[in-house]
Design a protein around this ligand. Structure first.
Ligand code: DAT
Ligand code: MG
Length: 151
């Protein structure tokens, strides 16, 4: 199978609320594998570049202040269709409309405290992985369970 990668970040609210383990377990349970993981207090420059497409939004300053408050659990996940599938697993941006069973639907209430980020396309995944990680920190490994997850 040809593998795809996505960037996922548990935001400060998710870390403070002790949701890291449960969120990682959901992605592992689905069948994806983790390629990189770090706990980081992002700089203002990193947060602003990460959310550069939202610069003109009225909530931009609050969003950057929230993300830089840290800690953020930054990760890279790999697997078939991982970008679109992780977006499905996290749910809609606003927890008011994200379905029960999704991470935002199960754990969140407010759009500005929606627990988790995941790349929205293959091209933003590439950009975000390069922004948050050095290439040498992405671990190449072959999970032994793969033959039971992929046909
Ligand atoms: P997503 O995180 O689902 O990709 P996005 O890229 O549109 O959504 O926005 C990035 C984050 O910005 C989002 O997770 C929470 C915050 N945000 C988006 N829209 C908002 C709004 N109307 N008010 C407050 N925060 C908002
Ligand atoms: Mg987005």
């Amino acid at each position: 199978h040809c593998s795809e990668r996505t960037f996922v970040a548990i935001k400060p609210d998710g870390v403070h609320r002790g949701l890291m383990g449960r969120i990682i377990a959901r992605l592992e349970d689905k069948g994806y594998s983790i390629v990189a993981l770090k706990l980081i207090k992002p700089s203002k420059t990193l947060a602003e570049s990460h959310y550069e497409a939202l610069q003109s939004k009225p909530f931009f300053a609050d969003l950057v202040a929230f993300i830089t408050s840290g800690p953020v659990c930054a990760m890279v996940w790999e697997g078939k269709d991982v970008v679109a599938q992780v977006r499905k697993l996290i749910g809609n941006t606003d927890p008011l409309t994200s379905a029960p069973g999704t991470i935002r639907g199960d754990f969140g209430v407010d759009i500005g405290r929606n627990i988790i980020h995941a790349s929205d396309s293959i091209s933003s995944a590439k950009r975000e992985i390069e922004l948050w990680f050095h290439t040498q920190d992405l671990i190449e490994w072959n999970p032994t369970l793969h033959e039971w997850i992929y046909e």
